[in-house]
Design a protein around this ligand. Structure first.
Ligand code: SF4
Length: 259
């Protein structure tokens, strides 16, 4: 099993399949996953928030980004996007809203054409301050791998035992279209159970949820590298394209595909 853990607060820039030249911002502990989900496909490996961990302080994040942007500019490198991602879920950082404000100031000062993206699992959008912060960024990218509770429990494995995807779908509607939904399609087995979020039942429920959420667009993708659960399979590009066409026909929503 291979895992990718970021060892810095600011990482990259890297060429992202979905975002272009991306400079990453990791608000999570270095060298350790820290997430309130435990997705079977997580490139950071399996495991979650158990145990003590130190998160970087807001000032450390701001200083590191400030220095990195100045160094990149000196080399003539301008990122397309500043992306909150890294070793887990960025919105669990207690200073997430303040860090968003500070990053917007730095972006405006050094790389005004760069977009700010947040890749989030959506789990904390029930908090008004998190929604307000996400509304300030260019690309508020929220996970919806399935609209079925049983699949979310099996595939995304939220830590909170009262977690409900139906509730999260209602919170997504509060963004009034100012969000991008990201869905990773995958098939496989885990501990004797079958996982397949491409089945007819899944796609029907997913399209119905997206009809309610009305996102600006939908990112459809599949696993790219080795996953911690070896039995997971990549979904062929043709199948992803078919799902995108069904979504477009049923709702008119645009999508991007990364196979
Ligand atoms: S939400 Fe992201 S970081 Fe968290 S377990 Fe899932 S893939 Fe990993």
């Amino acid at each position: 099993m291979s895992t990718i853990l970021f060892q810095d607060i600011i990482f990259g820039p890297v060429k992202s399949r979905r975002l272009g030249i991306s400079l990453g911002i990791n608000l999570l502990p270095l060298n350790r996953k820290f997430c309130n989900f435990d997705c079977l496909y997580c490139e950071c490996g399996l495991g979650n928030m158990k145990g003590r961990s130190t998160l970087p302080k807001a000032e450390q994040v701001v200083t590191a980004l400030d220095l990195k942007l100045q160094a990149l500019l000196a080399e003539g490198v301008i990122p397309d996007v500043l992306t909150f991602a890294g070793n887990g879920e960025p919105t669990v950082h207690p200073d997430f809203p303040a860090i968003i404000d500070a990053v917007i100031i730095l972006r405006d000062r050094w790389v005004p054409k760069a977009k700010i993206s947040v890749l989030s699992n959506s789990s904390r959008i029930d908090k008004a301050e998190i929604r307000a912060a996400l509304l300030k960024v260019d690309n508020n990218i929220l996970k919806l791998d399935s609209a079925l509770e049983s699949t979310v429990q099996l595939l995304n494995r939220p830590v909170r035992n009262t977690y409900s995807i139906q509730e999260q779908i209602q919170y997504m509607q509060l963004f009034e279209g100012k969000l991008i939904v990201q869905t990773l399609f995958v098939r496989g087995t885990f501990e004797g159970k079958t996982i397949d979020n491409t089945s007819e039942e899944e796609i029907t429920a997913w399209i119905e949820a997206l009809r309610k959420i009305k996102p600006r667009s939908v990112m459809i993708y599949t696993i790219d590298r080795e996953t911690p659960v070896q039995s997971l399979e990549k979904i062929p590009l043709k199948e992803l394209e078919k799902i995108a066409r069904r979504l477009q026909d049923a709702t008119g929503l645009p999508s991007t595909i990364a196979g």
